[in-house]
Every structure is written in structure tokens, then in C-alpha cells.
Design a protein around this ligand. Structure first.
Ligand SMILES: Cc1cc2nc3c(=O)[nH]c(=O)nc-3n(C[C@H](O)[C@H](O)[C@H](O)COP(=O)(O)OP(=O)(O)OC[C@H]3O[C@@H](n4cnc5c(N)ncnc54)[C@H](O)[C@@H]3O)c2cc1C
Length: 695
């Protein structure tokens, strides 16, 4: 959610008495006194980001060396001073303002590239590095880093990681969290940790992504880089109405072709941008679709182009243009890139909403958004990542008109509610921060919100690191909105009930994919065997939802009969639940978009949906991957599928569990406490848990 604000207004000027002199001196000894300031003019500069939220910090600390983050944080922690990391300040949800009047840590000067390793396909960078700077360096080696937010000229890798930023290319290559391999993190108390997707146990690096700077500060990041594909083809198509354009998107996805980008620009946005660009767009055009293909094979691109051209024609495209040369491609993209700044030029303020729906719901979503805009007598340009179902209505208005501003906020809320009702979510990429905390109540049940709160409380015991963000301050009073979602099966309900009973009778559980003997006498097996149903195969959305007891080889057979496939091996005898719990294949992190879980006491956790992108909440999927059944019972999951025409399974990467030291880190014990405080599920996995948690 974002208001492009031309006037800085301090809404919360809760200025505390500044930093204690002793604290200031200790920090100045580390970073130099010129790098710590409490002058009002500078405090005001750091009191806002690209959202509506404002809050004055008591000091701004500019860091020039990544090695200084930890000692500075340790001093703040010892002295109970709230602090917030800040990079370029372009986030759109108030994630980088310090609500408690604490300290802002400016990380934007920490911008070194430590290594570009094209053999290992990794770049190791500091958090303040601007996304585009990295791209420019990589280009010299013929490589790129896929996440490409529209803000990439200014936004940083650290900010992108914290917000799990996306961009046009994320349709094919995944969002930031899919492209981060390892992180060096400063924890809230100042200790340093390294987390990698290849660690034994749950994937804490995946949790840090999308945590909006509330669980740790990224000191260094290992990013996946890829060779620039040899061939690219960009297609633009004009439509008389946006419904035809959205139907084309659904048909393209259904065809099994995975373009690297599918972007939508509506009439109002076209007109705003075209005032300067003067492109030849038919008068009747209501919608422009930009589709980009890439491949190392010219033949593949040309055959995909032909198929897409037919789809566009069948959906009544008025014109279809294509380009393969750099200058021509840039010309086609120009209108997409210019349309947002053009809207910002024609109006004092622009409010960007960010909802995401399952792709087949795009037509309904666009129709509903138009009705909401009419109801509130507002105008908006629709510019969005259509291939992901990630919709951005850009509402133009004048913030000085308080009545109009109220209508804008109401419309924004109604749009989010609509996305939830359609089975989607409240943020595809911009995050929750301060501004969408209320909307979290509409999306999640109380048990899931409690789990998020518990994770934050366990990792940041003193609630000092970017406090009061992402999670509603008090939940339970605001009603969850009825969502189109896949109902729980009767057998899943039985599992919830069984765990409730076991909790009430203090019976500990061993979770298993079969009914074998338990490892220890005091344990009772709970098997996923009864959870053997495919709950939903959504051919238009290219997703499948299945219960955890389904065997992967059976899943593959079912999909193949229907002309689909999934990036998992043939003849895999294990069940879905088992391969998730053991993180048997690393690429599961890129396949799973939602999960239903039961906690130790039978509480139902529903995380994610059939929407392809979702940055609300902490990334529960990444915590369950590799959790060895010690956190929760997996009931079902939704996974991305592909066409069986696409027979490349090059992303399957087997994970070998190192037998020593299954869970090695205290952070994992803390997360265990958030999920299963009394160690009811697979209790032997965290053998020392009880000693450590009683400390
Ligand atoms: C014009 C415009 C276009 C945009 N387009 C897109 C888009 O296409 N896709 C998209 O996803 N977003 C987009 N955004 C939103 C924004 O650019 C992203 O959220 C971006 O990732 C924020 O990066 P930043 O460097 O500005 O971070 P900041 O705004 O400074 O910080 C964002 C959050 O990250 C935390 N943080 C910063 N650095 C670290 C660190 N090292 N460790 C831990 N936490 C840290 C902060 O505490 C804060 O919570 C757009 C914004 C604008 C203004």
C-alpha cells in the first residue's frame, strides 16, 4: 500500500529525549561520531518511507562497515533501545519507520560486491547494494539476478530480501526468497548467524526473507545468479477490453508456456504514459499486454511465439507486435515503465494497492476493482504483474482533500477484501509493515496470527528490532473474511481432533507416513496414511493441492494422465509429507505455495493460498521444510505444476541430510518453542530442547 507523498508530514512526533550520552559515546567509538546524528532535520528525513506512515526516530546511525552492525546492535540491545534497519526507504507499507521512536540504522552505504562466482552461480553482496548496480556488474559476465522490482534503480538487496520483493521476471524465475541461497544475519541481540537453504533442519534463511526486518538484519547475502538467456522475444498486444486480455493470460498459463514476464497496462495508464511517448496505439484499446519469452533455443522461442500469437488472436487482440532486438524490445517496454511515473505526474498523490489472486480469478478481480473504484468515485490506472495474478490499482488523488483520502483508503480496503474473497491475499510483493496490519486479521485465523506473534517473541525476546510491524497488535477482535478456499477433508479434521485429544491427555506423538512401531514407548504413532486425496487440480492456475499422505509417484502418474507434471523425481516412494519434512528435494522451496498444518494441540494453521505470490506473514512453508515433523503435522499443500510438454526436470536437487547434529542452532530451538512449546511432536528430534528451553 503506498501513497506517493509530495509533502512530508510528521504524524507521530513521539520524540523521546534522544540517545543517552553514554550510549551515544560507545556507539561513536565504533563508527565515529560523525556517523551518528540526532539533528531534527535529519531525523525528519528518516521519519518516513514510501508509505503514509511517519514516526520520528531519536537518532540515525550511518553504518560504513558491515563488521560494525553487530557491535552497534549489541549496545542498543543492552540498553533496550528499539531499532529499525533502513536501506533505500522505498518500501510501500511503513516497514522502515521506527514506531517506537528508537534508532534508525542506515545500511545504504554497505554496498560492496564481495564475489561473483559464475561457476557456482553465486554473487555474495552487502545489504545496501542497489539491485540495478548488481545487475550491471553481472551483465559484464553475461549473468543476471532474476528479482527485478520496478524500484530496482534505488532499492537495495537487503530491502528486497526483507520484503521478499518481486518484479516482472519473477513469473519464471521466482521472487527474492527463491533466489537467496544463504544469509549472514545479525540477530536481534547482536549475535551473528549464518543460515542457508542447505542447512540441516528448517530453512531460517527463507524465514528471514519476507520478515520485513523484524527477525534479523542481513549482513551479507549469497544470491543465485543465472546466465543471460541467448534469445529473448517481447510481444505486445492491444485489446478492446481488459477481460479479453486477462483471458489471454489464463490461456497462456494453461498452454504450459512459461514466459518470463506477463504484464498488464490499462487504458488510463497507457494514456498517461503516451502523452510523452506518442506510441501508435489503436483508439479502441482498453488494455495492453506485454509478454516476454526467453530461451537458449531460437526454435523454442519461435514455436512458443506462434502458440501465443494464436492465443492472443483467439482472445480478439486488436494488434500484436513482437521484437527480438534490444532497441525494439526497449520501445515495447517503455510504456510499461513510463506508466507509473506518468500517473504520479498527473496527480498530487498515487495510492498503490497490492493484492494477489489465483490467476483464473483475474477477470473477476478486475471487474470487482472497477466496481469499487466507481462506488468511491475514484480513478486508477491498473498496471500489474498479470502472469502472477498480482494486481496493482494505482489510485490517483489529492491527499489535501481529506474526504477524498478517506475514500481512497476505503477503496483500498475493499480491494484487499475482494482479493481475499477470491481466494487470494493482501500483498503479493509490497509487504504488511504498519499499513496492512489490520488486513492481516481479515486473512488469517487467530491461531495462525498467534503463531506469527510467537515466532517474533521467541526470536526477538525484547521486541526491539523493528517492533510492532507485520502482525496486528491485538488480534481476535476483527473478523476473518470468508475466503474461497479448499475445505479440509474429513480425515484432516480427524487428525486435528486426534491431536487435540492427545494434547489433553498429555500423549506425545511420533508423526509417520506409515503405521510402524514408535521409536520410544512413550510415543504414539500418528500416520498420514488416511490423508491420501488430491483435493484440487486447477488446470487454469497450474496448481495442485494434495494431502500429505499421497505418494509422489502416484502424484506424478495422476498429473501425467492429465498432461501435467511436477519438478519431482519419478518413482519416488515417499509421501508428500515425508519429502517436505525431510527437505528431500531443495526445489520444494520453489514449488510449494500453501500449506495446511495442525499444531501439537490440534490448532489449524492455514498459510498461503492458490495465489502464486504472497508476502503476508512469516514464511511458514520454509520453516516446515526440513522440520522433521518436530514443528507441526502437515495436512496438505498446494504446489506449482507444469505442462508435461516441458520435460526438463533440471531444477530437482536432492538434499542429503548430514547425520550429525540434525538441528544445530539455538534459533531452531526458539522456533520449536513457537510451534510446539511442550515438545509434543517428534520429541526426540530436538533432544536437548527441554534443557535449553528451560534456561
Ligand atoms: C516506484 C516504486 C516501485 C516499486 N516497485 C516494486 C516492485 O516492482 N516489486 C516489489 O516487490 N516492490 C516494489 N516497490 C517496493 C520497494 O521498492 C521494495 O519493498 C524494496 O524491496 C524495498 O527496498 P529498500 O532498499 O527501499 O528497503 P527499505 O524500504 O529501506 O526497507 C524495507 C524493509 O527492509 C528492512 N531492511 C532493510 N535492509 C535490511 C537488512 N539489511 N536486513 C534486514 N532488514 C532490512 C527494513 O527494516 C524495512 O523493514 C516499489 C516501490 C516504489 C517506490
Amino acid at each position: 500500500m503506498r501513497i506517493l507523498n509530495k509533502k512530508i508530514r510528521i504524524l507521530n512526533s513521539a520524540q523521546v529525549n534522544g540517545l543517552d550520552r553514554d550510549v551515544k559515546e560507545r556507539i561513536a567509538d565504533i563508527i565515529g561520531k560523525e556517523n551518528i546524528t540526532d539533528e531534527e532535520i535529519e531525523l525528519k528525513t528518516y521519519s518516513y518511507d514510501a508509505s503514509l506512515s511517519r514516526a520520528m526516530p531519536i537518532a540515525v546511525i550511518h553504518l560504513n562497515d558491515i563488521e560494525n552492525i553487530s557491535p552497534v546492535v549489541k549496545i542498543l540491545y543492552e540498553n533496550d533501545i528499539p531499532y529499525t534497519a533502513r536501506a533505500a526507504g522505498t518500501n510501500l507499507c511503513g516497514a522502515a519507520v521506527n514506531l517506537k521512536g528508537g534508532v534508525i540504522l542506515n545500511l545504504s552505504r554497505l554496498n560492496k560486491i564481495h564475489q561473483i562466482d559464475t561457476d557456482k552461480r553465486l554473487a555474495v553482496v552487502e545489504p545496501g547494494l542497489v539491485n540495478l548496480k548488481l545487475q550491471e556488474e553481472l551483465e559484464k559476465f553475461g549473468f543476471f539476478y532474476p528479482p527485478d522490482p520496478a524500484s530496482q534503480k534505488v532499492s537495495t538487496i537487503g530491502g528486497n530480501i526483507a520484503q521478499n520483493a518481486g518484479g516482472p521476471l519473477c513469473l519464471k524465475y521466482g521472487v527474492t526468497a527463491n533466489n537467496v541461497v544463504k544469509l549472514e544475519v545479525i540477530m536481534p541481540d547482536g549475535t551473528e548467524k549464518k543460515f542457508s537453504i542447505y542447512d540441516n533442519g528448517p530453512d531460517i534463511s527463507g524465514l528471514i526473507c519476507q520478515s520485513e526486518g523484524t527477525l534479523g538484519i542481513v549482513k551479507k547475502a549469497w544470491l543465485k545468479i543465472l546466465p543471460i538467456p541467448k534469445f529473448t522475444k517481447t510481444i505486445s498486444a492491444c485489446f478492446e477490453n481488459i477481460e479479453d486480455s486477462m483471458n489471454s493470460v489464463i490461456d497462456i498459463v494453461k498452454s504450459g508456456i512459461l514466459p518470463r514476464a506477463v504484464e498488464e497496462i490499462d487504458r488510463m495508464s497507457i494514456d498517461s504514459a503516451n502523452e510523452n511517448l506518442k506510441l501508435d496505439i489503436p483508439n479502441k484499446t482498453d488494455s495492453l499486454l506485454i509478454i516476454e519469452l526467453d530461451s537458449n533455443s531460437k526454435e523454442e522461442i519461435e514455436s512458443q511465439y506462434k502458440e501465443i500469437e494464436n492465443i492472443l488472436k483467439n482472445n480478439k487482440a486488436l494488434t500484436i507486435n513482437s521484437a527480438s532486438k534490444k532497441e525494439e524490445i526497449e520501445k515495447l517496454w517503455k510504456i510499461r515503465k513510463e506508466s507509473y511515473p506518468a500517473l504520479a505526474r498527473i496527480s498530487p498523490n498515487v495510492f498503490v494497492e497490492d493484492g494477489c489472486v489465483p490467476r483464473p480469478k483475474l477477470v473477476e478481480a478486475v471487474k470487482g476493482i472497477k466496481e469499487i473504484l466507481n462506488l468511491y468515485k475514484l480513478k486508477a490506472g491498473l498496471i500489474f504483474h498479470a502472469g502472477d495474478g498480482n494486481i496493482h490499482p494505482n489510485i490517483i488523488f489529492d491527499e489535501r482533500d481529506l474526504e477524498e483520502t478517506k475514500r481512497v483508503k476505503k477503496a483500498g480496503e475493499d480491494i484487499l477484501k475482494l482479493c481475499i474473497k477470491l481466494g487470494g491475499t493482501i500483498s503479493g510483493e509490497h509487504g504488511i509493515g504498519v499499513e496492512k496490519r489490520k488486513a492481516m486479521n481479515w486473512l488469517y485465523n487467530m491461531e495462525t496470527l498467534n503463531l506469527f506473534s510467537n515466532i517474533k517473541k521467541e526470536i526477538d525476546i525484547k521486541n526491539l528490532l523493528n517492533p510492532d510491524k507485520k502482525i496486528p497488535i491485538s488480534h481476535g477482535q476483527i473478523q476473518k473474511i470468508e475466503r474461497q478456499e479448499i475445505p479440509l477433508s474429513d480425515n484432516a479434521k480427524k487428525i486435528l481432533m486426534e491431536l487435540k485429544v492427545r494434547y489433553n491427555t498429555k500423549q506425545k506423538t511420533q508423526i509417520s507416513q506409515s503405521n510402524k512401531e514408535p521409536q520410544k514407548n512413550n510415543l504414539q504413532i500418528l500416520s498420514s496414511q488416511s490423508l491420501n486425496r488430491i483435493l484440487d487440480l486447477d488446470r487454469d492456475n497450474m496448481t495442485i493441492t494434495l494431502e500429505s499422505g499421497v505418494k509422489i509417484k502416484d502424484l506424478k502418474n495422476i498429473l501425467k494422465k492429465d498432461g501435467f507434471d511436477i519438478e519431482l523425481p519419478e518413482n519416488e516412494n515417499d509421501t508428500l509429507g515425508s519429502i517436505i519434512a525431510t527437505k528431500k528435494y531443495i526445489n520444494l522451496k520453489d514449488l510449494i505455495i500453501s500449506m495446511d498444518l495442525s499444531l501439537y494441540n490440534g490448532d489449524l494453521i492455514r498459510y498461503g493460498s492458490k495465489a502464486i505470490k504472497d508476502v503476508s506473514g512469516y514464511n511458514i512453508v520454509r520453516l516446515i521444510l526440513g522440520s522433521m515433523g518436530a514443528f507441526a503435522f502437515i495436512l496438505s499443500a498446494t504446489l506449482k505444476i507444469k505442462s508435461s510438454k516441458d520435460n526438463a526436470c533440471d531444477k530437482i536437487e536432492k538434499f542429503e541430510i548430514k547425520t550429525d547434529n540434525i538441528f544445530y542452532d539455538e534459533t531452531i530451538f526458539r522456533i520449536k518453542k513457537a510451534f510446539d512449546p511442550e515438545n509434543y511432536l517428534n520429541p526426540w528430534i530436538l533432544e536437548n530442547y527441554e534443557q535449553i528451553s528451560n534456561k
